[in-house]
Design a binder for this molecule. Sequence first.
Ligand code: IPE
Ligand code: IPE
Ligand code: MG
Length: 262
Amino acid sequence: MQPVKTQAKETNPLIALPGDLDPQRLPQHLAVIMDGNGRWAQQRHLPRVRGHQKGVQALKRLLQLCGHWGIPALTTYAFSTENWQRPEEEVSFLMTLFEQVLKQELDALDEAQVRLRFLGELDGLPLVLQEHIAEATHRTAHNNRVRLNVCTNYGGRRELVQVARRLAQDVRQGLLDPDDINETRFAKLLLTAGDPDPDLLIRTSGEFRISNFLLWQLAYAEIHITHVLWPDFDQVALATALRDFQQRQRRYGTLQAPPAEP
Ligand code: IPE
Ligand code: IPE
Ligand code: MG
């Protein structure tokens, strides 16, 4: 375990895991659809992009909480393959925002031992952003406190099509027998390969849909929908989601919950 400084910080009641939550039963991979930035801004008669700026702070807050509370993997939805259909100013604002945030936060992320990866069709992003992403991915590759995946130009269907294409190429080259294609082999080609499937999905802003996010990986995730808009998502909202998660009985299609882990 790392520095005494970190341990001292964790006894701070403001960032300690709330006492009623069981530290042994936290999600091992949390997925979040960060939705409601535009509505947050509109409610305040501000331009939508102000909501996106505020949303960055909410993500920083959540990432810190994952580090302090012991949630080792976090996958967030930042920009979908469908979001290109928004007005050009909003799209270009977002691209510049991603770039600025990466530039500003990289040192702190690295210091906090965050491993950062961007999942999606990265070659569709502006070149400068691609460069920042490559640098951040490389620099943080060996960190292991929290694994943060940011889904950018990401679409679940697109991801599955890419896997199908790669398998088909292997078959064409005679490297793979179609009969050997199974779930394990398929999942190894997903962008999230190496991380377990998310066990909890949070969607903010009260929308009850998946919006093309992690279609394969969410097969058995517990889903928590909150009306909180993403820029307002805080410690209380996370604790509420975790409490909800810890009350679920996960059955995976069987008739009984698996026995509690010792
Ligand atoms: C989520 O907030 C962020 C992105 C999709 C980039 P929205 O921008 O979708 O906010 P609402 O849903 O319009 O309020
Ligand atoms: C999903 O939110 C994508 C992200 C949060 C990045 P959207 O706001 O794009 O989804 P819909 O349009 O409400 O389904
Ligand atoms: Mg939205």
